[in-house]
Design a protein. Structure first.
Ligand SMILES: O=C(O)CCC(=O)C(=O)O
Length: 240
């Protein structure tokens, strides 16, 4: 799935490659998927997931130079907001810098310790120049909570919990800030229904997008979509 930056689409009038901010769901791309299978990554992932490892969510992130509207920012959020599977402690994200990332090109920003809290309500932030599709922000977090900017060199990888509140800053350079990431989960995890929970609105949004783009049936659930996307990378597909 190719995602584009909202401000660049508006400025350019044509959907050209300058607007491409992300390629998501590359689990069927032989070359990109090699990242998810790297032994040097899985060595750490299995400390969280155990031996049965699924790649659930894959992203090649290409944060474009900001068009002056600050839309290249990624609002603070918890990744679990998007996931209808549990337990959270058996899910982990690996995020690898493909070049040096720092405050100039919009490095990751994390709120240490927040992974010990609960999943919070998320909404689209009220940014005056708009916000990219699916970039929900966490509501009601402590704005005085210490923040850490993760300055990373090319190839550095950070592993983080799906409840950790994180986001990324504006890309104030002329280059595209590139990173690759995979969210892994133990295949022993289980799917949950999200109707009537704080995740209901994201289910509606994702299912609606799936209906428009891929003509999915209206009864498809968020769990169906994630079950379809998940790929085993090591061990056995026991449950998910
Ligand atoms: O790479 C970034 O800028 C942030 C990515 C991120 O947090 C996400 O896609 O969930």
């Amino acid at each position: 799935m190719v995602m584009r930056d909202i401000a660049i689409i508006k400025a350019e009038f044509v959907q050209d490659q300058k607007a491409v901010s992300k390629i998501q769901d590359f689990q069927d791309n032989e070359i990109l998927f090699k990242y998810c299978c790297l032994p040097e990554i899985l060595k750490y992932v299995k400390c969280f997931t155990g031996p049965n490892i699924m790649a659930m969510h894959t992203m090649l992130i290409n944060k474009p130079p900001d068009a002056g509207k600050k839309t290249s920012r990624h609002p603070l959020h918890q990744d679990l907001h998007y996931f209808p599977f549990r337990p959270a402690d058996q899910i982990v994200c690996a995020w690898t810098a493909m070049e040096r990332v720092d405050r100039n090109n919009g490095c990751l920003i994390v709120l240490p310790g927040t992974h010990k809290g609960r999943l919070k309500q998320h909404d689209y932030p009220e940014w005056k120049d708009g916000v990219n599709m699916m970039y929900h922000g966490v509501r009601d977090y402590d704005p005085n909570h210490p923040k850490v900017h993760l300055v990373m060199e090319k190839g550095d990888t950070v592993f983080f919990h799906p409840l950790l509140i994180h986001g990324s800053g504006t890309n104030r350079t002329q280059g595209f800030r590139k990173a690759i990431s995979c969210h892994y989960a133990s295949s022993d995890c289980y799917f949950i229904g999200v109707k009537g929970t704080i995740q209901e609105s994201i289910e509606k949004e994702i299912v609606e997008m799936g209906r428009k783009k891929y003509d999915l049936d209206k009864d498809v659930t968020l769990a169906d979509i994630w079950s379809f996307k998940g790929r085993l990378v090591q061990g056995e597909r026991t449950n998910m």
